[in-house]
Design a protein around this ligand. Structure first.
Ligand SMILES: [Zn+2]
Length: 378
């Protein structure tokens, strides 16, 4: 029986142009060949040079609008996303967002509803809520507005009723609440030294990491039908066991790896089997994302090259067995060499299932995803 199966495999692979028979793993050359999705980027402006690189690297994109003051105004972000999706049919999908300006007035709620409905009408497959909820938005009484605030609930209800995915970025890496000598990665140490205003260790009067995530979890419990993408490893990046706990508590939720790969690498430098085991066990629920921000200037080849380098470094960590280094910390670590079936899910299939139909050319009829976003995305 076993021998016959092996013969059959040999026969099938002989017919395919490139099939690493029996290996079940990707090699480095496969990077440029395998169809992938980066489900977390922020692309502004024309971005034609970035899109040429994405095509070369076989990446489709989900570009996400964010209520972030350093990014272009929200109306501009949305117009850019709609334009990209129309100019690169089938290659770009987008998630919209809403402003918190005027919260919690009736005018604010009407504007937020209109933003969500307009984004969906123009092709958005998700809506982002950002860390300003829980960390900067305050009501008239001076209280921080948390993700489970009842005044936000009608907006979450609307997102759920419209079968949009809610992409939630709540809190920050735990490093933001730790003294510098306990921070794990260099970029956090540098960022919070330069931006003391955002360094929560220095602001004990502000909400704690645990209280923000507890409010996020209460919001999810109150919306059991919601499709939720907990970006940045659900802000539990420092311990894959905690991410696992989150995924166990919320069976409909997904997480993405955006801007937190260094935290997996840091853990892999100490206990690679634990990180690898986590990704294999939750292979249906983890989405690849880089969090790269690009534009609106599209004239700097270095910016394009940087995105390519980020994509390539992440691929090497997840697929290779090589000894690797990061600028984020001193120790070296080994690539996780995930099985190709797991790589395909993290890099493409999970995004296609969660954001069903997202990468269909506008005007085309048949979605490529496994299910409508309204159906259960497993
Ligand atoms: Zn982001």
């Amino acid at each position: 029986m076993h021998g016959r199966a092996a013969l059959l495999l040999l026969f099938l692979c002989g017919a395919a142009a490139k099939c690493a028979a029996g290996s079940g793993y990707y090699g480095g050359d496969d990077f440029a060949r395998v169809e992938k999705i980066d489900a977390h980027v922020h692309v502004h402006g024309p971005a034609d040079h970035l899109m040429a690189q994405a095509a070369r690297d076989h990446f489709r994109l989900l570009t996400i609008n964010v209520d972030y003051p350093d990014f272009p105004p929200l109306a501009r972000q949305r117009a850019d996303a709609i334009s990209l999706r129309e100019r690169y049919p089938g290659r770009v999908a987008f998630a919209g967002t809403f402003s918190v300006q005027g919260f919690p007035s009736q005018a604010w709620e009407q504007a937020a509803r209109a933003d969500i409905e307009t984004a969906q009408a123009r092709g958005a497959v998700g809506i982002k809520i950002w860390k300003n909820i829980g960390m900067s938005l305050q009501d008239a009484a001076g209280n921080y507005v948390m993700p489970d605030d009842p005044r936000l609930a009608p907006i979450v209800d609307l997102i759920e009723a419209r079968h949009l995915v809610l992409l939630g970025h709540q809190a920050e890496p735990l490093n933001c609440w730790l003294p510098p000598q306990r921070m794990t990665v260099r970029s956090d140490r540098e960022y919070f030294a330069e931006h003391p205003r955002y360094y929560m260790y220095g602001h004990p009067e502000m909400p704690s990491h645990a209280s923000i995530l507890a409010a996020r979890d209460r919001m999810l419990r109150a919306h059991p039908g919601l499709h939720f993408d907990a970006v940045h490893l659900a802000s539990l990046e420092w311990d894959v066991d905690r991410v696992a706990g989150f995924l166990d508590r919320f069976p409909k939720a997904r997480v993405d790896l955006a801007a937190r790969m260094a935290h997996l690498e840091y853990q892999a430098a100490r206990d690679p089997a634990r990180v690898r085991g986590f990704l294999i066990r939750y292979q249906d629920r983890v989405l690849y994302g880089s969090d790269d921000a690009y534009g609106p200037d599209d004239s700097d080849p270095q910016a394009v090259a940087q995105v390519h380098r980020d994509w390539r470094a992440d691929w090497d960590f997840l697929t290779s067995q090589r000894r690797l280094r990061s600028e984020e910390f001193a120790r070296s670590f080994q690539g996780l060499r995930l099985p190709r079936a797991v790589v395909d899910k993290i890099y493409r299939r999970n995004a296609e299932a969660l954001f069903a139909g997202a990468w269909v050319a506008p005007g085309a009829s048949e979605p490529t995803g496994a299910a409508g976003a309204g159906a259960d995305a497993r």
